[in-house]
Design a protein around this ligand. Sequence first.
Ligand code: NAP
Length: 572
Amino acid sequence: MHPRGSRQYRPATGDFGYYVDDPHATAHTREPLRDRVDAVVVGGGFGGLLAAARLRQAGLDRIRVIERGGDFGGTWYWNRYPGIHCDIESYVYLPLLEEVGYVPKWRYAPGEEIRQHARAIGRHFDLYADACFGTEVDGLRWDDAAGEWTVTTDRGDRIAARYVVVSGGPFGRPKLPGIPGIENFRGHTFHTSRWDYAYTGGGPDGDLHRLADKRVGLIGTGATAIQCVPHLAAAAGHLYVFQRTPSSVAERGNRPTDPGWSATLAPGWHHERRENFLAAVSGAPVDEDLVDDGWTAGGHLLGTLMPRVDHRPQGTSDEERDRQLELADFRAMNEIRARVDRIVADPATAEALKPWYRYACKRPTFSDSYLETFNRPNTTLVDTAGPGIEQLTERAVVVDGVPHEVDCVIFATGFDLTLPTADRTGFPIHGRAGRTLAEHWAAGPRTLHGFYSHGFPNLFHLGALQNASAVNFTHVLDEQALHIAEVVAEAAKRTDHRVEPTAEAEEGWQATLRERGVDHSAFHAECTPGYYNNEGRVRAGRRPSFGDGPIAFHRLIRRWRAEGGLRDVLAD
Ligand code: NAP
């Protein structure tokens, strides 16, 4: 474990602020906006797009998406590194496929196809006309007399909105490793989420021809590195991959979509496939595993994190269940390690590439070319065996006293998931009577179902907060967006359009979470450090979620809507 835990990283701010500059947009100026809309959606990734699309379907007219990037797409806008692909099957990951009338061209779609789908959603639901790109919200203030929010931005906008949905995903802000001497390196550097194609040449499909005479150092071996390493190795004079902890890398098996198969898809197919995938990765019994890939095969192992989502045979004790899960985990990880031996020729390199932790400790990855790359003569794995890189000098990356001279360092070191402020949005939110959300949440988030809080009318949160998450996060976001849109549609039938959970309903949900929440800290405490477990500094009970899992949560909110729950959030 790193002695500084999560504080080991350098935020991409101040002298390092240029690491987050937008390489895809041209700077533009515009007059500040002064107007009134039905809804502001903060964030133009799939969460924001889903919220906007579902609100449009619910009949809202003026919907303004405010997004820091220069277009829709969120993480798929920023991340355009070579090799970028969906690591979940695109037929379940890409949202609103039937609405837009699209079937992905690949089983695991390339990033550009996903980004274009985000744009197609923007066009289909007519979201471009009112969208504000290159703009960051810097505050929300509720005006109780007018019954609306005032939304202010870093471009001086002042927008009145009846409803606000906040959907800022976690993968927007890159983080840099806290390597001593990082400021001294004189070669070229960039972060994978802001790929510098002017330096490397080529594009997301590869052909990084300008690296032919370069020695490239890549730092990090998470899901991003797994996808870009084969392209770097194919182009670079020499590639050094600096590893702290190896990822688990299982088979991918990508293939183009069979047009014969797409032709058989009947209306409702997307919903059915997503539900089937969710059941399979939750370890629930399914008649037929429609996706049938590495995720569904390993899904029951993620059950370790969902002890209440339990499909054990009758009469099995808790201890027996845990023992069986642990054995299945060992078998799966043994197979992942055996795969390394089958592919990587050099025994020492193979040994270093083997992950020794439980399956759900780090994000599982899939690739049919990553491990193979280490058989290339121009690729060297520099394993730091845990502690990470010792130092950066003007020209070299130093590990264990050995300097490795490089022309360029690429940081595949992930994203800053530390939450910016107590209200978790990065900007202040003043609700009724000027009370801030940070004050209301001083002892931790307080919501009804994760969506809204007492004292903050017509404000909705999307994301993994006080509800239930899943591997296929766009599915979770869609259920949330549908819920919010249905609540808003009901509110529109009332005179004051106001949505606000009662204090009792909010407290009731806290009691449910206390009673039925799960605390993963015991599992994570035994994992190798990473962003899943706060770099090994596990805090018990910090992030309660609905312990019965996403399937039960989706059922719960549907039933709540159907059976009069709306009384808890609508005044008259
Ligand atoms: P990440 O998983 O956070 O990986 C960061 C890597 O940097 C880790 O290997 C880490 O090692 C390493 N690192 C950090 N500091 C270091 C140091 N001082 N010396 C050496 N190595 C250091 O980031 P990511 O790969 O960008 O992925 C982030 C998330 O994005 C994923 O978990 C996934 O959810 C998502 N993602 C999705 C896709 C997709 O296809 N859908 C693709 C890519 C990413 P340790 O493991 O030792 O900390």
